[in-house]
Design a protein around this ligand. Structure first.
Ligand SMILES: Nc1ncnc2c1ncn2[C@@H]1O[C@H](COP(=O)(O)OP(=O)(O)OP(=O)(O)O)[C@@H](O)[C@H]1O
Length: 218
């Protein structure tokens, strides 16, 4: 599913990633842990193609992603990669349903197909009754579940989550964590999740510990 080879990244003179090699299989749930500043978000952004490494390669489904031009990469990201962030980043003027549909419409699928899938996903995430609400009318847990549905709208190969429960209370965090495993079971979904939450880190199939720019334990 995902292969990273020899990833190096520095910000100015500060080396942040010092040679990361990583393989992730389909339907794995992988947690990424490490001290603040260890480079977890940097790694997630690079394997998620939001940022580029100084050297090294990333293959997602055998596509050498950094060999694509900007336009091809944007299309690839839209089709194959989902993102969930700590702050949901939903668009405030749009309803839950519209927010979930947007990446599908950008990908050029017909609006009726995108809407059908968005409604299915909102149903799976227990949000049937919330589809016409705007983000400000939803609880924090509901907002984050809408962002999960949005990440899944194009049936991505892999979903990257950066501190997805960092902004939730423990009850909502636990529910969100259960949801990741439910989605893996129901959809075979692959997740790579940066987290400071110990329970989630331990529940994952694999826990990667990043320290000093390398994978210390896997
Ligand atoms: N755009 C940037 N420009 C300069 N330095 C950066 C940039 N992004 C991150 N850094 C630095 O790179 C290092 C790694 O940051 P990163 O955000 O990847 O850490 P992290 O492990 O995700 O930390 P946290 O758990 O606090 O989110 C830190 O020293 C950070 O200050």
């Amino acid at each position: 599913m995902l292969k990273a080879q020899g990833i190096l990244k520095a910000y100015g003179k500060l080396p942040v990633l010092k040679g990361i090699d990583l393989h992730i299989k389909e339907s794995e749930v992988v947690s990424v842990v490490g001290a603040s500043g260890a480079g977890k978000s940097t790694l997630l952004h690079i394997v998620g193609t939001l940022d580029t490494p100084d050297s090294g390669k990333i293959f997602i489904n055998d596509t050498d992603v950094f060999a694509l031009n900007q336009q091809q990469l944007a299309a690839f990201r839209n089709q194959h990669i989902g993102f969930i962030f700590q702050f949901h980043n939903l668009l405030p003027e749009f309803t839950a349903l519209e927010n979930v549909m947007i990446p599908g419409l950008i990908g050029g699928r017909s609006s009726s197909k995108v809407q059908k899938r968005a409604l299915e996903l909102l149903g799976m995430l227990g949000l049937d009754q919330r589809k016409d609400h705007k983000p400000s009318e939803l609880s924090g847990g509901e907002q984050q579940r809408v962002s999960v549905a949005r990440a899944l709208i194009n049936d991505p190969s892999i979903v990257f989550a950066d501190e997805p429960s960092g902004n939730l209370d423990s009850k909502n965090a636990d529910e969100l964590h259960q949801l990741f495993f439910q989605l893996r079971k129901d959809l075979n979904q692959t997740f790579v999740i940066v987290t400071h939450n110990k329970e989630l880190a331990e529940m994952a199939d694999r826990k990667l510990e990043i320290a000093d720019g390398v994978i210390l334990t896997d």
